[in-house]
Design a protein around this ligand. Structure first.
Ligand SMILES: [Zn+2]
Length: 202
């Protein structure tokens, strides 16, 4: 695939990558909106094939200033354009695109849960945990992250949809299509270890 980005766009990317913190995030968001579908696909495909991911770069950069939690595997930071005050992003330091690709995904959800607890106790708020997998699901970049969004009554944050009516046969067909089949495994050999104790000489 030829590079569909113009020279101007490539130098714009370089300019944005040289920025720091909030400026960088704002400029990047503006820039992404100017891309055609083809350019967008190219840019995010490029990230998937192992070239530098913009979010990986952000994690290493100045975005680190609003840290809620950090360890060797994860960074949890305040979203600089939150849906509500306290909106936090849980971002693995390793690059993964989609939740199904994340190694030990439970680790990150445990961190998200700690944030949920914090939001409940300190902000007295309810919350949503959200993951966007792919562009059609609203994922902005190509780096998996978990959003934890504090919720208030009538706060105008919309996590809602119109309910569809489904025929029973369509539900049945969909269930058959999506059904997860677990291969039966032979039970592993159970080794019972006995504790060796030195016999005390009286
Ligand atoms: Zn990344």
């Amino acid at each position: 695939m030829d590079n569909p980005l113009t020279k101007e766009q490539i130098s714009e990317i370089k300019r944005i990558q040289a920025l720091t913190g909030e400026d960088q995030a704002h400029e990047w968001e503006k820039f992404v909106k100017t891309l055609s579908k083809e350019q967008h696909e190219f840019l995010f495909k490029k990230q998937e094939t192992g070239d530098k991911c913009f979010f990986c770069e952000l994690i290493k950069g100045d975005l680190k200033k609003y840290i809620v939690y950090e360890d060797a595997k994860v960074l949890a930071i305040l979203d600089i354009n939150p849906a509500n005050v306290g909106h936090t992003l849980v971002i693995p330091k390793e690059h993964f695109s989609s939740s199904h690709e994340v190694k030990d995904v439970g680790y990150y959800f445990n961190i998200a849960n700690a944030i949920v607890k914090n939001i409940k106790e300190k902000l007295k708020s309810d919350s949503n945990i959200l993951v966007m997998n792919g562009e059609n699901a609203g994922q902005k970049g190509n780096h998996f992250m978990i959003h934890v969004i504090p919720r208030e009554k009538d706060d105008n944050v919309n996590v809602t949809w119109d309910k569809r009516n489904m025929e029973e046969k369509d539900l049945e067909e969909t269930k058959n299509l999506l059904k997860i089949i677990v291969e039966e495994k032979k039970p592993e050999k159970i080794i019972i270890q006995t504790e060796k104790r030195e016999r005390r000489v009286p």
